[in-house]
Design a protein around this ligand. Sequence first.
Ligand SMILES: *[C@@H]1O[C@H](CO)[C@@H](O)[C@H](O)[C@H]1NC(C)=O
Ligand SMILES: *[C@@H]1O[C@H](CO)[C@@H](O)[C@H](O)[C@H]1NC(C)=O
Ligand SMILES: *[C@@H]1O[C@H](CO)[C@@H](O)[C@H](O)[C@H]1NC(C)=O
Ligand SMILES: *[C@@H]1O[C@H](CO)[C@@H](O)[C@H](O)[C@H]1NC(C)=O
Length: 377
Amino acid sequence: MFGGIQLGVLAACVVLFVPMVMAGWHLSRNKVLFFSGALFITLAIGVHVTPYFPSVSDFVTSVQSVVVFDNREDSCINLVNEVVWDVKPSHSRVRLNISNSNSNTESGSMSYDKIWDWSRTGKVKACEFQRLDRSDASDLLNGSWVVIAGDSQARLIVQSLLNLILDSRQMESIKGDLFKRHSDYEIVIEDIGMKLDFIWAPYVVNLTDLMMGFKQKRSYPDVLVMGAGLWHMLHITNASDYGVALQSLRSSVVSLLPFSPELGVDGPVTGAVSVRSPHLFWLGMPMLINGMLNTEEKREKMSDEMWHSYDRALRNSRLLRRYGGPLLLLDIQSMSWNCGPRCTADGMHYDGAVYEAAVHILLNALLIESHQKLGAT
Ligand SMILES: *[C@@H]1O[C@H](CO)[C@@H](O)[C@H](O)[C@H]1NC(C)=O
Ligand SMILES: *[C@@H]1O[C@H](CO)[C@@H](O)[C@H](O)[C@H]1NC(C)=O
Ligand SMILES: *[C@@H]1O[C@H](CO)[C@@H](O)[C@H](O)[C@H]1NC(C)=O
Ligand SMILES: *[C@@H]1O[C@H](CO)[C@@H](O)[C@H](O)[C@H]1NC(C)=O
């Protein structure tokens, strides 16, 4: 903090030296005294008034310490999921008629616009989150290796990300391969030297195996997005078992990081800047709308209570950054909840808008994190 003592010393120096410099310009002694007095009064008022103007004292502290700047970036990372939804019937009847032919995600004959944006309230607004267009996204991901691993939710994220980067003709040509059931997918986008891998990993153990693979080969992606839970809920239906699996995933992720939250500053850090750490994300589970699930088995096993106990297991595993872990949450839960039943046909897989929002959240988080890196060098 900029303490009163430093301010006092500073003020004294100004009061003393500014008039002396002026005296060098052949001002009369009376004028020097006058300037001295005026300056003294201005500074005195300034010092006493400053605390009442938060923006002024913020400015003073941010000039003073870089740590404050970092905290501010952190707080934007924590707000990056603050998206609001506006889902309303399409007002254009003509468009409804046209869109009906190629869009079957609508329930009944009604069509809905699903509009999302970051909340415009004070703190979130100040973070200036924005949708990236194709060229910004390409710049950001230029030369990077992105791995997205998990179940069908993860596959939908891959689709949304590619949708942003590729044009519709390229998109059409890859769809067949991308949606091959229960299989991996990989693509290299030559123009931007980006490699994207989708790894089919329906269970958390599969994700842990993936971590082991990275560790053995000593090669790590730049961006890693993971998420699994629904298969476990349906086929094993045991939240404490899920929690155990998440904890072992957490330890394997932590063990492959160059520095870990547990090690803190005492760990084997060989200069934080030179050690490149991957950007890690957890793809949250969507809300399940029980009555809309498409089999009796799902409706029975994937109950709301079960969903909540799986969610608790995730929190307790401390996998997420919010709970002291290494992964930043892409909050599919809140987005699917806020988009609501009109955004899903089977109560589990949501409309493209939800995954599109998640991709923009991911890209904004990457932007913040890469700014932080720049700031640190
Ligand atoms: C929708 O389009 C069909 C022809 O494709 C037309 O017969 C029908 O009247 C249209 N309905 C509305 C509500 O515009
Ligand atoms: C990607 O980065 C390389 C150099 O790092 C640059 O030459 C190239 O123009 C970039 N491509 C795009 C599409 O930004
Ligand atoms: C995922 O793990 C399960 C349980 O260990 C295993 O049976 C399955 O083959 C694995 N799937 C993949 C794609 O690795
Ligand atoms: C649930 O999983 C835990 C941990 O793996 C295990 O100890 C427990 O027996 C399982 N419960 C049931 C009902 O299978």
